[in-house]
Design a protein around this ligand. Sequence first.
Ligand SMILES: [Zn+2]
Ligand SMILES: [Zn+2]
Length: 208
Amino acid sequence: MEIVRMSVGPLQANAYLLLAGEAAVVVDPGAEGDLIAAELERRAKRLEAVWLTHAHFDHVGGLAELLAAHGDGAVPVLMHPADEPLLEHAVAAAARWGIDIPAPPQRTHDLAHGALLSVGGEQARALHTPGHAPGHVAFHLPGHGVVLSGDALFQGSIGRTDLPLADHGQLLASIRRELLTLPDDTTVLPGHGPATTVEAERFGNPFL
Ligand SMILES: [Zn+2]
Ligand SMILES: [Zn+2]
């Protein structure tokens, strides 16, 4: 499997394209959904699903455009239901930053902790990691040694918790329980900024 990172929108959120065979899953189409759709087309990939780590506007702002290229309801959108209030307020939240986003479509499927997912035969598991957002999930791809950590864990930092429905203590507990327990050499692909590893963050992250 190949993982392609596209940093999109004014907040430079990382959208990830998980590519296996002809299949593609897009994680967090945060903006520029038309560019993401064009990239899939250029690579001749079929969009099988969209997985959302959470529903902040910088992670769902490109969802409408991306799905518009595929027809109504044709592509499953997976999200943890606890982020529903954030999805409903995504347009208003973006407007407070002076950013216009098209209203993101509703999820079609609920993500739950431990849910097993697949892309082109590769397995992934959803890890509920609340704190930055109540329905935040990370996606672990054990066969690939990768975790997509969303806005829970960054290189040298952790997610903001000065936001509605966020909880600092819960975030630290989530990171310790679900992310730092992954194998040391697991590559961490965060929702913003460069890649890191579980080992580097366990020993070097000043917030942990
Ligand atoms: Zn966020
Ligand atoms: Zn973000």
